[in-house]
Structure formats: structure tokens, C-alpha cells
Ligand binder design. Structure first.
Ligand code: ATP
Ligand code: MG
Length: 562
């Protein structure tokens, strides 16, 4: 476990669960109601998985409910494609909102009425100040803001103007509705925050019914109250918004009084969790799409072959705290390997093939041997594999002049072919360019199944291989980090930190026939190489595999070696 994993106490408790437990114990809350409130302006990422696991997780644990609520208050950036993708991803992660699917836009009428209520109470006003001027009147962290000259409008004038804003009489940006709180507050969020802005834009759900839209701050807490949310859990950047959240709840005739609690965002080294930036990567064609397996999106994670259970495990281990931190990438990989080691079927695949001819194996003869599907799970059984005169091994497993620590194949050396036989290299055949293109070998019939011969002779290495007689061609896509540094963008330019070698495609891989029918998305272990999963780009004649994760943390080793 990495250092970041020590933050959740043993029983899987954390400060949020402690608060909820206390509310339940004291009877302040009878049914725990949470919500996950994505803005449908992009695909969900691994950071969102933390919020999903927390909100749906505590609702399950306390037999309450968790709502999926689309925070669709900004029609210029939101699309149906994103709404559909978000639903798919939440389901994939293993959670279900049941009947509790909501949209902030469902509440537009109620929110509007409450805005008029604030105006009538003298707690909101229409401001005509141009945006730049309004910004400079807001003051700074060290200087108080200035009151807008429009702050003293009468209730009647405010009501009239706000209704005309709704009726579409004014262009975008001409006026806003602001709460009348305190321009001298040390909390900038309380300096007469904007509640409504004019936006002549078609909304995916409400069409052209509205041309004024509520801000996040105004819509969010009131939506929580309407839905009876008891614990409104969000990330730390909203901590300074909580006084405004509370002010609105206290000053409006809302049916319930939800509370907001903040926790630290999930970050992972070498990754960027920002929808805005991920959108740029997609729009600028830096990746193949939202579901590119290098993307930290849930769609990318899924396509890469990472099981939802591994992501849930990682999120659980990374804990819920109030201090920001960055998880090690290795910690994420740990969760993936730990699960796949138990579940993935073992297969043999040769990524960079080198031909082997077994000279003392007669031409045309093949033999069926037995290979174990998963040594961690006897119930996974065995499968037949073919041995023959022509085989392929990994190019890297042969060296003409092997150094001392290289135990694999070399001239005159003997190795075991997994589940096959011991073979000895007699000759390396080269092409005109001097490259080794074929190995001439012999096998020992007394080593069938890869077992040691009666004379007790031992070999130092076991290699994976495929038989030319039945191997099939495959494409394999190897992924590396999308960024070259653990803290992308630390120097101010994220794009400059993109890794130009984040994808390597191998077109001429040879895999055993059992891999031909690998269901899309299912993870398999290529023996000695790593975990892979079949990509949707696979065709009946040619499967395409994504490397989900390597067998060992080669990246960390490379880093420390420098
Ligand atoms: P981004 O910064 O990527 O655009 P966001 O916070 O704007 O994300 P929302 O759709 O508003 O995206 O997020 C929905 C919920 O997910 C919010 O409650 C937010 O706090 C939470 N969330 C977003 N990113 C993370 C993260 N990295 N870790 C934990 N929770 C997150
Ligand atoms: Mg947001």
C-alpha cells in the first residue's frame, strides 16, 4: 500500500461516514439521501469515480438512496451524448440510481419562483453593471468590494426587470440577478453573488423555454433541498461556497435543510482529471476519442480492460480525507493486477516473433499438449495447445552474445518452452543485413509438457511461444503514460508535457488460437508479458488487444534507475 492509503481507518470508515453515523445515531437523519451531480459537459473520469463510490456507497451502507442528478444549468456546453455516457459509466462502475434520476432543469420553474421570493424579501436585485466593471467592483481578498449603484432598486423595479429578463427582452450579458448579501464579506462568494444570467441558448431538455439560467451556486443547494438530500458531498474547492449554500437555504422557503460536506479530490500522478482539459485532448485530436485507452475517463478505463471492481478497490484504498494529495500511479496498478491475477485466464502471445525450427521434429507432425488456464483458480481448467516443428518465440528472448545475467536463449543454450519441451539452440540464421531471422533448435523428447528429464537436467528460463501451425495474427497496442511527468502542467503548459510515445502499435503479433474469440473487454494474461483485453476494433480474422497493465511495475523501476 502506498502512503496515501493509510488515511482511511481499518474498518473502511472516514470522516464523512462518521458524520453520517452520528446523524443517524442521534436521530437527526432517518433516511440517508445523497446525490451524484455531474455537469453533462464531458465524460466522467477516475476522479468522478471517487465521488460516485462515496455517494452511492454510503447510501447503500445506510439503506438510504443516492440520486443521479444532472447539473444541466449551462446549455451552451451540455450535450445529450454526455448524459448518455454518464449513465452508462455509473452503471458500469456498479451503481444504480433506480427511479431517482433528476435534472436541475426539472426545477427551473421552482428556482425562478424562489428568485422572485428573494426579490420580494429585498434580498436580490437586478444589476445592469457590465461584466468587467462588476468584476472590478468585487474587490480582492484583501480589499472589500463596492456596492453596485443598482443595489438600491425597489422591489417593484427588480421584479419588473427580472420578469422581462425571463421574457427575453434583453441580450446576453445585459443584466444579472444578484443576491444582496455583503460586498465587504471576507468570503468573496458572499459579495452579492450572481444567481441568474441571461443566455439565449437552446437547452437539451427545456428547449427554448428559458433564456435566463440559474448559476451553479443558486441551483445546487435548492435542488438538494427539493430532493430531500441529507448529505450533499462535494470536493474541497466548494468549501468557500458553503456559507452561500447555507445562506440560500436559510433565506428561502425550501422544504428541507441539507448540509454540504467537502472532501479532497482524487488525483493520480501522470494523469489529469479535468473535463475541460480532456475535452481539449479530444477536440485537438491528441487522442482517438473520449474512450481512448490512455484517457483517465471511465470510458477509456473500460476500453483499456480495467475491471470496475479494480477501480472501486483503488478508490476505496485511496480513502476519503480533507487534505489534497496525489496517489501514486503504482497504487492504481496494484489494484488492477491484484484483481486480474486472480481472475484473468493465462494465454500465450508473442509480440515480436522470432521463428524457431525444431530440426529433430518431423515435418508436418503436430502434437497436442495441455496448458493450465489459471494457476490461481483450478476451476478455470486447462486447454489444448499445439506443438510443432515451426514455432515462434519472443525476439527479446534470444541473444547471440548473451551477457552474464541473461538466462534465456543463446547459441548452444537450453530453455524450457512452457507446457512444451526443452529446446537447445544449435544455430542462428541471419539475413543479408546480419539480423537473426530464424533459430535452428533441437528438442528433448524426454521433457514433454515442459517437465525436467529423467537425468535431472535443469534450465534457467521458461519461455512462452506459439506454434506456426495454428497461431493467429493479432494487433497489440501498448500504452504508456499520456504525460511525461507526474505533475503534468506544473510549468504552465499541459500540452507541452504530453508524452509523444504514449502509444506503440505492434501489427505482426502471433497469438495462440484460444485468443481468437476473446470477448471484447475481457482481460487475459499474456504469460510473462502482462494483462491485455480485446479492443472493439477487433475483427473476426484479426483480434486487437490493449495492454491493460504490465506484469510488474516496470515504470517505477525505470524512474528510480533514472
Ligand atoms: P472537472 O473539474 O473535471 O470538470 P467537475 O467537478 O467540474 O470536474 P462535475 O461534473 O461538476 O465535474 O462533478 C460532479 C461531481 O464529481 C462533483 O460533486 C465533484 O465534486 C466530483 N468530482 C469531480 N472531480 C473529482 C475528483 N477528482 N475527485 C473526487 N470527486 C470529484
Ligand atoms: Mg464542476
Amino acid at each position: 500500500m502506498s502512503a496515501t492509503d493509510t488515511t482511511t481507518t481499518e474498518a473502511g470508515r472516514d470522516f464523512i461516514r462518521d458524520i453520517i453515523q452520528d446523524d443517524v445515531d442521534t436521530g437527526r437523519v432517518t433516511t440517508v439521501v445523497t446525490r451524484f451531480p455531474p455537469e453533462p459537459n464531458g465524460y466522467l473520469h477516475i476522479g468522478h469515480a471517487k465521488a460516485i463510490c462515496l455517494n452511492f456507497g454510503v447510501a447503500e451502507e445506510y439503506r438510504g438512496r443516492c440520486h443521479l442528478r444532472f447539473d444541466d444549468t449551462n446549455p451552451t456546453k451540455e450535450e445529450q451524448e454526455f448524459i448518455d455516457a454518464i449513465k452508462r459509466d455509473v452503471h458500469w462502475l456498479g451503481f444504480d440510481w433506480g427511479e431517482h434520476l433528476y435534472h436541475a432543469s426539472d426545477y427551473f420553474e421552482q428556482l425562478y419562483e424562489w428568485a422572485e421570493y428573494l426579490i420580494r424579501e429585498g434580498k436580490a436585485y437586478v444589476d445592469d453593471t457590465p461584466p468587467d466593471q462588476m468584476r472590478s467592483q468585487r474587490g480582492t481578498l484583501t480589499e472589500p468590494g463596492q456596492n453596485s449603484p443598482y443595489r438600491y432598486r425597489s422591489v417593484e423595479e427588480n421584479l419588473d426587470l427580472f420578469r422581462r429578463m425571463r421574457a427575453g427582452e434583453f441580450p446576453n450579458g445585459a443584466r444579472v440577478l444578484r443576491a444582496k448579501i455583503d460586498m465587504a464579506s471576507p468570503n468573496m462568494n458572499l459579495r452579492d453573488p450572481v444567481l441568474y444570467r441571461i443566455l439565449h441558448a437552446e437547452h437539451p431538455r427545456t428547449g427554448n423555454a428559458w433564456c435566463v439560467y440559474p448559476t451553479y451556486d443558486y441551483a445546487h443547494g435548492q435542488s438538494d433541498a427539493i430532493e430531500g438530500v441529507t448529505h450533499s458531498l462535494c470536493t474541497l474547492e466548494f468549501e468557500d461556497h458553503r456559507p452561500l449554500y447555507d445562506w440560500l437555504i436559510e433565506n428561502l422557503p425550501v422544504p428541507a435543510h441539507p448540509h454540504q460536506y467537502e472532501f479532497a479530490r482524487l488525483n493520480i500522478a501522470y494523469m489529469v482529471m479535468s473535463k475541460r482539459f480532456l475535452t481539449r485532448l479530444v477536440h485537438e485530436g491528441r487522442v482517438s476519442g473520449w474512450d481512448d485507452p490512455r484517457m483517465p475517463t471511465l470510458a477509456g478505463v473500460r476500453r483499456r480492460g480495467i475491471p470496475a471492481a479494480a477501480l472501486r478497490d483503488f478508490v476505496r484504498r485511496s480513502g476519503i480525507t480533507k487534505s489534497n494529495s496525489v496517489s501514486e500511479y503504482a497504487s492504481f496498478e496494484y489494484s488492477i493486477r491484484e484483481l486480474l491475477n486472480r481472475t484473468a485466464l493465462r494465454r500465450m502471445a508473442v509480440l515480436r516473433p522470432l521463428k524457431v525450427v525444431v530440426e529433430n521434429w518431423s515435418e508436418g507432425r503436430t502434437e497436442t499438449l495441455e496448458a493450465i488456464n489459471n494457476p490461481e483458480d483450478p476451476s478455470a481448467g486447462t486447454r489444448p495447445i499445439t506443438f510443432g516443428r515451426e514455432l515462434y518465440i519472443e525476439r527479446d528472448d534470444f541473444m547471440e552474445n548473451p551477457p552474464k545475467k541473461f538466462f534465456r536463449l543463446g547459441p548452444g543454450r537450453e530453455v524450457r518452452l512452457r507446457y512444451g519441451y526443452f529446446i537447445t539452440c544449435r544455430e542462428a540464421v541471419k539475413n543479408a543485413a546480419g539480423e537473426v531471422v530464424e533459430l535452428r533448435c533441437t528438442y528433448d523428447p524426454a521433457t514433454r509438457g515442459g517437465n525436467a528429464p529423467p537425468d535431472g537436467r535443469r534450465v534457467q528460463a521458461t519461455l512462452h511461444w506459439v506454434a506456426a501451425a495454428d497461431a493467429i495474427k493479432a494487433e497489440v497496442r501498448l500504452y504508456n503514460h499520456l504525460f511525461t511527468r507526474p505533475d503534468p502542467g506544473a510549468d504552465g503548459d499541459l500540452m507541452a508535457d504530453l508524452n509523444p510515445n504514449s502509444l506503440e502499435v505492434l501489427h505482426d503479433c502471433l497469438v495462440e488460437p484460444a485468443l481468437a474469440a476473446t470477448p471484447i473487454g475481457e482481460a487475459v494474461q499474456f504469460e510473462r508479458i502482462g494483462y491485455f483485453s480485446a479492443d472493439p476494433d477487433s475483427t473476426p480474422g484479426k483480434p486487437v488487444f490493449n495492454r491493460t497493465v504490465g506484469l510488474r511495475d516496470t515504470w517505477a523501476r525505470v524512474q528510480t534507475r533514472g
